[in-house]
Design a protein around this ligand. Structure first.
Ligand SMILES: Nc1ncnc2c1ncn2[C@@H]1O[C@H](COP(=O)(O)OP(=O)(O)OP(=O)(O)O)[C@@H](O)[C@H]1O
Ligand code: SF4
Ligand SMILES: [Mg+2]
Length: 328
């Protein structure tokens, strides 16, 4: 149990989208992309959010970046609901909460060099004379491993590799002065060989500069490597969450068990025999406001009749480890 005050909190967030079926004439439906999402993020902490495609990971980030208002619930920064901020308070939130995207090729302006990308936020948030600014920019470039800074700072984005671009973007985040960083699959478009370098850099920023990370990934192995705590998301629901070692080494929810069994493991001998239910429904379940029972019922290998009726409330299964399952 962490007794510090959280740096960012999410309370009972629900996100509904109006969607149409595949045919043009099909009627509009409500898709509940997120249901009752609540968590705290602490200073100097990394919290991984894992789950398969379409489970709602990026939607959490987009709401935190104020691209959408949640249908209900709130996100709290410095005791304020971020969707009610305006003026100076909104400016401060935009400075303190930043996002790093999956695609390093689109996050930097191809027309300008790396110094330009650092100079702009410094001018906006930390105005100072030219000499101090140059020293700060070089310090940030060195911090993210883009050295020698005088050479790397002059480069345009196309002269950098994917991993170097993510490093340059992290240097920009340092220049802005963000404390909370939403990293949406920041390494998934990079070669395997350079992914680790970017994760190690994020870890360094966490440990040495007390930055807090929400780390979105579908890769449970990198979540375990980088995160302190983890949330496993399924069809917009938090199905298991807690200390990362506990959840990964001793998963309690049937979906987490399947997710971990399916993750590549060089030490495992032979193929994994997954007790996956032979069901017509292999796609992620779609949740609507009218849905009943457990969100995982159609794919759960141990589902019982009651799972189709009862919505599983959160319960603590070991200290700091929670699941939503009525039978575990
Ligand atoms: N603007 C939108 N309008 C309608 N539906 C949306 C919208 N944004 C997201 N969705 C739906 O919400 C669900 C969650 O999407 P989201 O992008 O958050 O998933 P994700 O977990 O990030 O997936 P991926 O791993 O593929 O990036 C999906 O079913 C998606 O189709
Ligand atoms: S509540 Fe039932 S369907 Fe849902 S995970 Fe638990 S056993 Fe499976
Ligand atoms: Mg996504």
């Amino acid at each position: 149990m962490n007794n510090d005050k959280p740096v960012f909190s999410v309370r009972n967030v629900v996100m509904d989208f109006k969607v149409r079926g595949k045919s043009f004439f099909s009627s509009q439906k409500t898709l509940r992309a997120l249901n009752d999402i609540s968590f705290d993020l602490y200073r100097g902490e990394s919290l991984a959010i894992v789950g398969e495609s379409g489970c709602g990971k990026s939607t959490i980030c987009r709401i935190a970046m104020r691209f959408y208002n949640p249908s209900s619930g709130s996100m709290i920064f410095e005791d304020q609901d971020i969707h009610k901020l305006s003026g100076e308070k909104l400016k401060k939130y935009r400075q303190k909460a930043q996002m790093i995207f999956q695609d390093p090729f689109s996050s930097l302006n191809p027309l300008h060099n790396i110094y330009y990308h650092l100079e702009r936020p410094l001018k906006l948030y930390h105005p100072c004379d030219r000499k101090t600014m140059k020293a700060k920019m070089d310090e940030y470039l060195t911090m993210v491993g883009l050295t020698p800074p005088e050479e790397q700072g002059q480069k345009n984005p196309h002269q950098l590799s994917g991993g170097q671009k993510q490093r340059a973007y992290l240097a920009r985040i340092l220049a802005v002065g963000a404390d909370v960083i939403f990293a949406d699959e920041p390494t998934s478009m990079l070669d395997v060989s350079i992914r680790l370098g970017v994760l190690n850099l994020m870890n360094k920023l966490k440990l040495e500069m007390n930055k807090s990370f929400i780390y979105i990934t579908h890769d449970i192995a990198t979540a375990r490597y980088f995160a302190d705590r983890i949330i496993v998301l399924y069809a917009g629901h938090m199905v298991e969450w807690g200390d990362v070692d506990k959840v990964v080494c001793n998963p309690k929810h049937p979906y987490t068990k399947l997710l971990i069994a399916a993750a590549p493991d060089p030490e495992r001998e032979g193929p994994v025999e997954l007790p996956v239910k032979k069901s017509e429904e292999t796609e992620i379940s779609v949740w609507t406001p009218e849905s009943k029972g457990c969100p995982f019922k159609n794919r759960c290998p141990v589902a019982k009749e009651s799972c189709f009726e009862v919505f599983p409330e959160a319960k603590e299964v070991s200290e700091g480890q929670y699941i939503r399952c009525i039978h575990e």
